[in-house]
Design a binder for this molecule. Structure first.
Ligand code: NIG
Ligand code: FE
Length: 399
């Protein structure tokens, strides 16, 4: 048993069995001041409470020195396995080209696929691990990673093997998503590539937890998505890229296939909000890509007003969000989407854990959950975390 004592603020407390928070509940979190928390030998939260408890002599102990203790961040949408960089396109973007224009010139996702296909598996693992380590250092304790820069059977499987290897190496929990349908691979027609993705599903299902499709204008249609998700039924749960570039119908086809999440949602109408009501699908927004690409921010507040929950994730990738800092994502939720600090905090912890199927284990201070926690320096609270969004605050990330 290990005791963490002298905790200034213990935030993110949720009762057992709460796997996501929706509507008004998203704006609430349990908080204790002057608290302690005990961790059992399996690394789970055994108990917590208030008061100046001193550790038993046989217990390991950690003096929090009045710092805040919160659940670590959960990042339910990333593309951190990629090769090289797209800094050349960064300059194109600065010079005025849009994401779609860069893609139409053969850049974008296809550029990353060329680089990835030419990169040996060990080197891909090494490059990707640098980013995963950076994310863990910044407080991420659970993350999802997608394939989708292979775009042919051999390279998609190479990506899934690298994700598996990361899963086996890092203390964070990693979930794996097969995103063969990220763009049409070179040398294929649109139709032949959709068929190739369908043919890859059985093998991908040996590695991946989820299946994703970039259901958006210029990429894959609702019909393509429907075919791919039908082929993956009973093998892989869907998580869908929807409504980034256009009102694509991706939300509705995701809901039809009981997607665990529909992600992006920069462009949505009231019909998408209606379609999500009463479903188990978590709307997930990625403010980092709105920031980087200059897209509208998702209507998170309207979703919450409609009684839904919202998750926020980083979308860490080389083309639309080269940043995996979930504290910055939380701050953008407040600054750009007008979420309260608690709404944004629940979006980057419990709801994002739900959006990758790990909220029984992560995302809140709850007895029995993993003690995967962020301990801050003294003087921090949830509001200051988002408000003073660049000041270093982490003393230690505990796994
Ligand atoms: O989520 N929108 C599609 N996929 C990624 C971007 C991929 C890339 O440009 O490399 C995203 O934004
Ligand atoms: Fe993405």
């Amino acid at each position: 048993m290990k005791l963490i004592y002298n905790i200034g603020v213990l935030a993110g407390i949720q009762p057992e069995g709460v796997l996501r928070v929706e509507g008004a509940e998203q704006g609430k979190t349990g908080t204790l001041e002057n608290a302690w928390l005990a961790v059992d030998d399996e690394g789970r939260i055994a108990d917590f409470g208030t008061g100046s408890v001193m550790p038993d002599s046989d217990w390991a102990s950690l003096d929090a020195h009045g710092g805040m203790l919160i659940p670590g961040f959960c990042d339910s949408h990333t593309h951190v396995v990629y090769a090289g960089s797209r800094d050349g396109e960064f300059l194109d973007k600065i010079n005025g080209l849009s994401y779609e224009e860069i893609a139409a010139r053969g850049g974008g996702i296809l550029n990353s696929a060329d680089l990835l296909q030419a990169t040996p598996e060990d080197e891909l693992y090494r490059q990707s691990m640098v980013r995963v380590q950076e994310m863990m250092d910044k407080g991420t304790v659970a993350l999802e990673i997608k394939s989708g820069y292979g775009l042919c059977p051999e390279a998609e499987m190479k990506m899934l093997r690298v994700i598996k290897r990361i899963k086996e190496t890092v203390p964070a929990t990693v979930k794996s998503t097969f995103l063969g349908a990220h763009a049409v691979g070179r040398g294929y027609t649109h139709e032949s590539y959709v068929q190739a993705v369908i043919d890859m599903i059985p093998q991908a299902a040996e590695y991946a937890d989820f299946v994703d499709v970039f259901c958006d204008e210029g990429f894959f249609t609702v019909e393509d998505t429907d075919r791919i998700l039908s082929a993956a039924e009973h093998l892989l749960t869907p998580k869908i890229h929807a409504n980034e570039l256009a009102v694509s119908g991706g939300v509705q086809v995701g809901v039809k296939h009981q997607a665990l999440s529909v992600d992006h949602l920069e462009r949505t109408t009231d019909a998408e909000i209606e379609a999500l009501k009463g479903t188990w699908t978590m709307p997930t927004m990625l403010p980092g890509s709105s920031f980087f690409l200059g897209l509208p921010y998702g209507r998170a507040k309207d979703y919450i007003k409609a009684g839904l929950g919202v998750a926020l994730a980083s979308d860490y990738n080389p083309g639309s969000s080269p940043c995996g800092d979930m504290r910055f994502v939380m701050a953008q939720g407040c600054i750009k989407m007008r979420l309260t600090p608690v709404e944004a905090f629940n979006a980057v912890t419990l709801n994002s854990a739900y959006a990758m199927g790990v909220s029984t284990e992560y995302g809140s201070i709850t007895r029995g959950k993993r003690a995967a926690l962020i301990l801050t320096h003294p003087g921090w609270d949830l509001t200051k975390l988002a408000y003073q969004y660049q000041t270093p605050y982490i003393r230690e990330v505990l796994f």
